[in-house]
Every structure is written in structure tokens, then in C-alpha cells.
Unconditional design. Structure first.
Length: 207
């Protein structure tokens, strides 16, 4: 029997750096169970962020929403703020916007066109713990990168492919759901109607 809307729950979290996007333990590494919040037992993350990435993560027990966000044919946009090693240039952005060749599981993959732009002002984000290593003689810069696909460590592989290794990676948005002023480890519960509207999903859409 299908679940009724009354038991669907939706949570936004700011996944901290170093935290695994899961509840199950792997050695001594921190997980979502360490956020200090008691989630319903049937709620799980939609997708994941690598341990060394941070930012917006959605958790729910709504299988329809989970399917819609993870199925590549629906092409939901995800936006990242990326701090890179070196002074990034317009040539690198143009290459990212055209798509670049990266390796996924040892196989070549040409990424879909992205929307990459240099951020003139650094984004207002909480300090990372631990902070990014500072090197006096090597500048860093920030990019905004929006994608419609999510291969393993894709953004890091993309910036490395154009000569600018990623130092810090923060997922800022999924469609128009924003990290906004959330703090690391913060949890917010949101309503279905609000979330579906922000994600541009109609509840009547079929699998």
C-alpha cells in the first residue's frame, strides 16, 4: 500500500567536511548519526557528498522524490562553490562550459556542458574545520559550477582537468533549494509543497 503524504518527511542539512553521507559506521569516521539530530528510521540521504566535500544534502523517506532527483533523465541542476588552487582564468571556465574529458572508474567520460563562472567576491561561507591549507606564494580563487550530472568526484576531476585542483567544495544549491545561511551540521525540516516547488517537481509526475 502506498504511503500517505502524512508520513513523508523532508530534511535539509549542511553536511560538514569529513562527515560521511550515511548513517552506517566505517571505523571512527563521523557520519550523519553524529549530527545531534534524531531522524526517523526510514529517512535516508538522496544521493551523497564525498567526505571531503560539504554543503547541502537532502534526506527523505519519499521514494518518488528520491527517484526523481537521482534519475539522470530528469536533469536537476546542482550548483557548487569551488575553491581552486591558483588564479582561475576564463579559458578554464570556457572549457568546463563545453565539457571536459575525465576518468570515471578507469574509463574516459566527456562531461556534459556545465555553467562555470569565476566569482569576483569570495562566497560568504562558514570557516571549514579544518581550514584549507594556506600557501603564501600560491593564490586561490573561487568558481561557481552548475551541473546536471553527478559522477563520482566529478567537480574535482573537472577542475583538475583544466589545471586548477579543487581545495574546497561546497554544494550550494539543488535547483533553487539553497544552502543559504545554514551552518555546518545544521538540520532543517521543510514542507513537501515548498520543497517540490523549489525542485520544480510536480507530484503528479509518474516514474
Amino acid at each position: 500500500m502506498p504511503q500517505s503524504d502524512s508520513v513523508y518527511r523532508y530534511f535539509l542539512i549542511y553536511k560538514p567536511f569529513g562527515t560521511l553521507s550515511q548513517f552506517s559506521r566505517e571505523g571512527n569516521r563521523p557520519t550523519l548519526a553524529d549530527l545531534g539530530f534524531t531522524f526517523p528510521k526510514d529517512v535516508y540521504p538522496v544521493g551523497r557528498l564525498d567526505a571531503d566535500s560539504e554543503g547541502l544534502l537532502l534526506l527523505t523517506n519519499d521514494n518518488f522524490l528520491n527517484h526523481h532527483l537521482l534519475n539522470p533523465r530528469f536533469r536537476h541542476q546542482r550548483t557548487y562553490y569551488v575553491q581552486v588552487d591558483g588564479q582561475v582564468n576564463s579559458d578554464a571556465c570556457q572549457a568546463l562550459n563545453r565539457g571536459v574529458l575525465i576518468q570515471i572508474d578507469g574509463k574516459p567520460h566527456h562531461t556534459l556542458p556545465a555553467q562555470a563562472q569565476i566569482l569576483v567576491e569570495f562566497p560568504t561561507l562558514p570557516e571549514r574545520n579544518p581550514p584549507v591549507r594556506f600557501r603564501k606564494n600560491i593564490p586561490t580563487s573561487w568558481l561557481s559550477v552548475a551541473l546536471h550530472e553527478g559522477k563520482n568526484r566529478q567537480v574535482r576531476r573537472m577542475t583538475a582537468a583544466v589545471g586548477f585542483p579543487t581545495l574546497r567544495l561546497v554544494r550550494w544549491a539543488i535547483e533553487s533549494v539553497l544552502l543559504d545561511n545554514m551552518q555546518p551540521a545544521e538540520v532543517r525540516e521543510v514542507e513537501k509543497e515548498w520543497l517540490y516547488q523549489k525542485l520544480k517537481i510536480r507530484p503528479s509526475q509518474q516514474f
